[in-house]
Design a protein around this ligand. Structure first.
Ligand SMILES: [Zn+2]
Length: 134
């Protein structure tokens, strides 16, 4: 999977979703490894940490929200666009400009509310955002 990301990121827009499963891939070391890997390719690659809910195949407990926040905190040290998925709070699904810090993509769940990006550039400061608008 990681090799595919590396190859594809050179040619097209890539986003990575990491389903965080307690006891399987929820250590700081694993979050750091994934972060380092993506940051080496391009720090603008969006990374989503998704909350796991038990189903019939895997009976591990549901992912704690604090684990997702910790993962995001680690990833944000090197990546510009880090999101948390499958939790009620919407505040972690907003996109800010990596240069000026202003809110450029506002979402409610999966619904786009407001977009302040033109041709990938921030409408406020004109910097590259990594957001694909076409
Ligand atoms: Zn900006």
């Amino acid at each position: 999977m990681l090799k595919t990301v590396k190859t594809s990121a050179k040619k097209t827009h890539v986003e990575v979703t990491n389903l965080v499963i307690p006891g399987l891939n929820d250590t700081d070391e694993m979050f750091e490894k994934l972060t380092d890997f993506l940051a080496d390719i391009n720090p603008l690659i969006p990374l989503h940490f998704s909350r796991y809910h038990p189903n019939f195949r895997i009976s591990n407990p549901v992912t704690q929200e604090k684990t997702l926040y910790r993962a995001a905190q680690i990833a944000r040290r090197k990546l510009k666009h880090v999101y948390i998925g499958n939790i009620p709070s919407d505040t972690h699904n907003q996109t800010t400009c990596p240069t000026c810090g202003k809110l450029v993509v506002e979402r409610a769940g999966y619904t786009l509310l407001k977009m302040s990006v033109t041709n990938g550039l921030c409408n406020f400061c004109g910097s590259e955002t990594g957001v694909v608008t076409s």
